[in-house]
Design a protein around this ligand. Structure first.
Ligand SMILES: Nc1ncnc2c1ncn2[C@@H]1O[C@H](COP(=O)(O)OP(=O)(O)OP(=O)(O)O)[C@@H](O)[C@H]1O
Length: 233
């Protein structure tokens, strides 16, 4: 897959595979092309190349159609309707995705805190609750492929631990989960395999989380200590 913005190439001939029942990570620094890749897989930005869901070629399908065929995408930056309530955000999401109304209730069963906050504006929720809401909205369709872009950014460790368990459970139920993160740290325990991206290209294809972490650090050319110091600043 290749993604261009005018003459700039954001993703260059990237080839990737994500298996059902696993968590596949894509790590790389800001600007490496992770978000462009994920939005292109979902069909939200134009790309050349192909995307297959199992044996079906969805390359020509719109984002809406890919959503209905089993792709779900949680973009960076929690794109919610901030002046709508939790339940309204879920209801609008269900309408757009063609999910039954009962899916809204199931989403609130999955994340009980959202039921407690059902009538509140999305804009007044905490960062962790907002992330739960975007995740709950993506899960309204019971996806086969879940693309999560920088899910943990800016969240407290306790919230991240909760999200980690949710993602682990989704993978265990057979979903192919893809996560994009600037570095592996917080999600390493749930990652099965992954890729390192740099300047639009895949520079390492790794069989396990330890190997992915090692290759990422090597690709960045910095020592573990410096990365850890930067992450804990
Ligand atoms: N809409 C756009 N128009 C033009 N260039 C873009 C656009 N979106 C991203 N880019 C450029 O494409 C390249 C890849 O960006 P992208 O956001 O995909 O990387 P990323 O790895 O997700 O980084 P980040 O973590 O900062 O989002 C960057 O050089 C970026 O400036």
């Amino acid at each position: 897959m290749t993604v261009r913005y005018g003459s700039a190439v954001a993703v260059s001939s990237v080839s990737m595979n994500a298996e059902s029942g696993s968590v596949t990570a894509v790590v790389g620094p800001n600007g490496a092309g992770k978000s462009s890749l994920f939005s292109a897989v979902f069909g939200a930005v134009r790309s050349t190349g192909t995307v297959h869901l199992e044996t079906v070629d969805v390359s020509r399908a719109s984002a809406m159609s890919r959503g209905r065929q089993g792709f779900a995408y949680v973009p960076q930056g929690r794109q919610l309707f901030m002046k709508m309530s939790v339940v309204e955000n879920l209801t609008v999401g269900a309408d757009l995705l063609g999910a039954p109304k009962s899916a809204v209730d199931s989403a609130m069963d999955r994340f009980p805190v959202l039921r407690e906050r059902a009538g509140r504006y999305a804009g007044v929720l905490s960062g962790g609750e907002q992330q739960m809401l975007v995740l709950a909205r993506a899960l309204l369709v019971e996806p086969k492929v879940l693309l999560l872009d920088e899910m943990t950014t800016g969240l407290a460790p306790k919230i991240v631990a909760g999200l980690r368990e949710t993602v682990r459970g989704l993978a265990a139920s057979g979903v192919a989960v893809l996560i994009a993160e600037p570095a592996l740290t917080a999600l390493k325990p749930i990652v099965d395999r992954g890729y390192v991206m740099q300047r639009g290209r895949v520079v390492a294809d790794c069989a396990g989380a330890d190997e992915l972490d090692r290759q990422y650090r090597r690709s960045m050319g910095v020592t573990e200590a410096i990365i850890d110091a930067a992450l804990h600043e």
